[in-house]
Design a protein around this ligand. Structure first.
Ligand code: ADP
Ligand code: MG
Length: 650
C-alpha cells in the first residue's frame, strides 16, 4: 500500500506525528470510541443525568472571560423541540467557531447550569454538504486526535482509504484460520471497525484484529524457537558422566517429582544438538538451585565451564556456599566473583585459563575483564532482575552456551506465550515435602506491639525472624539514615534483649556476607533489612516475616519477601504492617492474605498493573500491542497459539 493520497503536506506531517505514514497505517488508526448518532435525542426530552447526542442549530455563542487568563465558550442551540446550552471551559476561542446558524452535533452528559446544559461535550460542526453523511445518522468513529487534524478529516480520509483498497488488501490471516474461527476478512473487518452498522459488528471486527495481532506474535515466537532448535551447536554435554552420577548419589534428599522432571528436560536439552534456552519457573522455595546444579555437573562432565549469575551479592554468596558444599567434594573448582571479591584480577586469570569450573557471581561476571576458556553453560537466577542486554552479555562470553533461566516470580500464561515464547519452559509446581503454608495477616498500627511480642516469643523458642522496611530509594543517603535510625529504635526498644542484625544494600559485600552468615548460623535472632533479602535467601529456621509499610511494595515483591519464610517444617507467619492508603494497596495485601499460590498472585499482579506495563515486553522485540490486551484477551491468545502451531507445521 502506498503513501497517503490527497492529503496536504501539513496534515501529512500531523499524521506522521501519530504514527500514520502509509495508507495501511491510516487504515489501522482505529477509533478510540464510537458516538452512536443513529438516533438523536429530542432536546425537549432530555433530562439531567442523561448521556445524549443532539443535532441542533446554534442560536447564540458567547466568549466569556473568567478569572485569571481563563475563558470559556457558551453556546445555546435549538433543534426545534427545545433549547439547550453547552459550555466549553478553558476554550473560549471556540465561541467563534460556533457562529450563529451553524449545525452542530453535541454528545455529553446533561447537567444543570442555568437550566439544562452539556458541559464540555464532544462536538462536531456540520458543513451542510454531502460529507455530513459520514458524521450523522450513523455510528460515528471517534479517533484519538492529532494536532491539526479533525475528526471530520480523519473520517473522510479513512473512508476514501477504505474505498481505495477495497478488495486488494492481503489478509495476514490464513483463510483456513479465518473460516474456522469465524472471523470476517480483513477488508470488511477494517470497514466495520471504522464505520460499523452496529456495536456488535464493531465488536466482532475488533476481535478479529486483536486475534490477528496475537497470531502474528505467535508466529514470530514459534519461528524463533524453531530456528534455535534447528541450529546445531558443536557441543553436546555428557549427561551420564561421573560428576553428575556422583552428585546424584550424594544428594541429601530425594528430588520431588517436579524437580526430577525439570532435571530430565534440562539434560535432554543439553544432550541435544541445539543450544538450550530454557526457563525454569517455580515458586519460592520449590528447590530450583539443586536442579541447576545437575546441569552444572553435566557441563563439567563434558569439559565445560559454567557461570551462575545472581542479582545480589547476598544471593551469589549463598549460591556459592551451597554449591561449593555440594560440588567441592566432587572435584569441581568453584569460585565467587562479585564487586567485592578480593583478588578479582587473579581469579579472572584462572577463569580465563580454565582453572575454574564454576563461577558464581553478580554483574561482575559480565564485565569486559571477565573471560572464559570454555563457557558451555550459563545460568541466570532470578532472571527477571536482569535486562535482556545483561543476559546476552553473559551468554556471549561463550560460543553458543546452553542457557538456563530461573525465576521465582511466576510467569502468567499470557507472558509465557509471548515474552518468553521463544524459550522452552519448565514448571516446578511442587514444594519439597514437610512445608507448612505461611499464614499471612494485615496488622493495623495499633496492633503492631503484638507482632513484636510474637517475634520475641518465637525467638525464645529458637526461631528467627526478618523485619523488612521499604526504602524509597536505597541509594539515597537520607532514606537509608532514616531506616537505620528506625532499626536502632527497634533494636533498643521493642526488640531489646534479642540479638539483632542489620543489613542493607549499601553495606560493603563482606559486611553483608558476615551478617548473613551469622543469621544462617543462628547467631542473630532478628534480621532487620531493606529489600536486599527479597530474592532467593534461604534460612529455613526463620519463621516470621514482618514487612513494614507493606503497601509500598508490589504484589510479586511481597510474595518474594514472604517466600523467605515457610522454608522449614515449622509454622511460619507473615505480617503486613502499615497503613494502606489506596484501594489498590489494600487489594494487594488482601490477595496476599488469601493465597500463597504464586501463579494466582502473578495473574492478579498483571491485572492490577495492566498489560501496558509488562515487564520485559519492550526488549522482547515483539512490537507494541495495539489492540490486544493480554489479560482481557487471554482466550484469543490461546487460540492464536494453537493456530500458529498448526500453520507452521503445514
Ligand atoms: P528456590 O527454588 O526458591 O531457589 P532453593 O533452591 O533455595 O529454592 O531451595 C529451598 C530449600 O529447599 C533449600 O534449603 C533446599 O536445600 C531445599 N530443598 C530443595 N529440594 C528439596 C527436596 N527435594 N527435598 C527437601 N528439601 C529440598
Ligand atoms: Mg533461588
Amino acid at each position: 500500500m502506498g503513501v497517503l493520497p490527497g492529503i496536504g503536506p501539513k496534515r501529512v506531517e500531523a499524521l506522521a506525528g501519530v504514527g500514520v505514514r502509509t495508507l495501511e497505517e491510516l487504515l489501522r488508526y482505529f477509533p478510540r470510541a464510537y458516538s452512536d448518532r443513529r438516533s438523536m435525542a429530542r432536546i425537549a426530552d432530555v433530562a439531567e443525568g442523561d448521556v445524549v447526542t443532539v443535532e441542533a442549530t446554534v442560536l447564540k455563542s458567547r466568549h466569556i472571560r473568567m478569572r485569571g487568563r481563563m475563558s470559556m465558550a457558551e453556546i445555546t442551540v435549538s433543534d426545534g423541540s427545545g433549547e439547550l446550552k453547552a459550555t466549553f471551559f478553558g476554550r473560549g476561542f471556540l465561541a467563534r467557531a460556533f457562529s450563529e446558524d451553524k449545525r452542530v452535533v453535541l454528545t455529553g452528559t446533561v447537567s444543570q447550569y442555568q437550566g439544562l446544559a452539556i458541559k464540555n461535550p464532544e462536538y462536531e460542526i456540520l458543513s451542510g454538504d454531502e460529507e455530513d453523511r459520514l458524521n450523522t445518522g450513523c455510528i460515528v468513529p471517534v479517533y484519538p486526535l492529532a494536532e491539526n487534524v479533525t475528526q471530520r478529516y480523519l473520517r473522510r480520509w479513512i473512508r476514501s482509504a477504505l474505498d481505495a483498497v477495497s478488495g486488494e488488501s492481503v489478509d495476514p490471516l490464513p483463510e483456513s484460520v479465518r473460516r474456522e474461527r469465524g472471523f470476517p476478512p480483513l477488508g470488511s473487518a477494517l470497514r466495520s471497525i471504522h464505520f460499523p452498522k452496529s456495536e456488535e459488528e464493531a465488536q466482532a471486527a475488533r476481535r478479529r484484529v486483536i486475534y490477528e495481532e496475537l497470531f502474528a506474535i505467535q508466529l514470530q515466537v514459534l519461528k524463533a524457537r524453531a530456528k534455535r532448535r534447528s541450529e546445531p551447536n558443536q557441543r553436546r554435554h555428557v549427561v551420564d558422566g561421573p560428576t553428575l552420577n556422583a552428585f546424584t548419589q550424594s544428594l541429601p534428599f530425594p528430588l520431588t517429582a517436579a524437580q526430577q522432571k525439570a532435571v530430565d528436560e534440562i539434560l535432554a536439552d543439553m544432550e541435544a544438538s541445539w543450544p538450550m534456552a530454557r526457563l525454569i519457573q517455580g515458586d519460592v522455595g520449590c528447590g530450583k538451585t539443586v536442579v541447576a546444579v545437575h546441569a552444572i555437573a553435566a557441563a563439567r562432565d563434558g569439559g565445560f565451564q559454567s557461570a551462575v549469575m545472581a542479582p545480589t551479592e547476598i544471593l551469589a554468596e549463598q549460591h556459592h556456599r551451597t554449591m561449593k558444599a555440594w560440588l567441592d567434594p566432587l572435584g569441581i573448582r568453584v569460585a565467587l566473583l562479585t564487586g567485592s571479591t578480593k583478588g578479582a584480577a587473579a581469579l579472572r586469570g584462572s577463569i580465563a585459563e580454565g582453572d575454574i569450573d564454576l563461577v558464581i557471581g553478580t554483574h561482575a561476571l559480565i564485565q569486559k575483564a571477565t573471560g572464559f576458556q570454555r563457557l558451555g553453560l550459563v545460568i541466570v537466577d532470578e532472571q527477571h532482575r536482569f535486562g535482556v542486554a545483561q543476559r546476552l552479555a553473559l551468554t556471549q562470553k561463550g560460543a553458543q552456551p546452553d542457557i538456563l533461566h530461573m525465576t521465582a516470580t511466576p510467569i502468567p500464561r499470557s507472558l509465557a506465550l509471548t515474552v518468553y515464547g521463544a524459550m522452552d519452559l519448565t514448571l516446578i509446581d511442587e514444594l519439597p515435602p514437610g512445608r507448612t503454608p505461611v499464614t499471612t495477616r494485615k496488622v493495623i498500627p495499633s496492633k503492631e506491639a503484638a507482632v513484636y511480642n510474637h517475634i520475641k516469643k518465637a525467638a525464645g523458642q529458637g526461631f528467627q525472624a526478618y523485619v523488612v522496611c521499604p526504602l524509597v530509594e536505597e541509594s539515597e543517603e537520607t532514606s537509608l539514615r532514616a531506616a537505620t535510625a528506625h532499626f536502632e529504635d527497634l533494636a533498643n526498644g521493642v526488640l531489646a534483649g534479642l540479638r539483632v542484625g542489620l543489613i542493607h544494600g549499601r553495606m560493603p559485600g563482606p559486611a553483608k556476607e558476615e551478617i548473613m552468615n551469622r543469621f544462617k548460623a543462628g547467631d542473630i535472632d532478628i534480621l532487620l533489612s531493606t529489600t536486599v533479602i527479597e530474592v532467593g535467601v534461604d534460612v529455613p529456621n526463620a519463621t516470621t516475616m514482618v514487612i513494614e509499610d507493606a503497601a509500598q511494595f508490589g504484589l510479586t515483591q511481597l510474595h518474594q519477601l514472604r517466600g523467605r519464610v515457610g522454608r522449614g517444617a515449622n509454622e511460619s507467619r507473615c505480617y503486613l504492617l502499615g497503613k494502606t492508603k489506596t484501594p489498590e494497596g489494600r487489594k494487594r495485601l488482601d490477595i496476599l492474605c488469601e493465597t500463597n499460590d504464586g501463579f494466582v498472585i502473578a495473574e492478579e499482579d498483571l491485572k492490577l498493573r495492566g498489560s501496558g506495563e509488562i515487564y520485559g515486553w519492550k526488549q522482547s522485540g515483539l512490537g507494541d500491542l495495539r489492540m490486544a490486551d493480554l489479560t482481557r484477551d487471554a482466550r484469543l491468545l490461546a487460540l492464536a497459539r494453537e493456530d500458529a502451531e498448526v500453520a507452521l507445521q503445514s
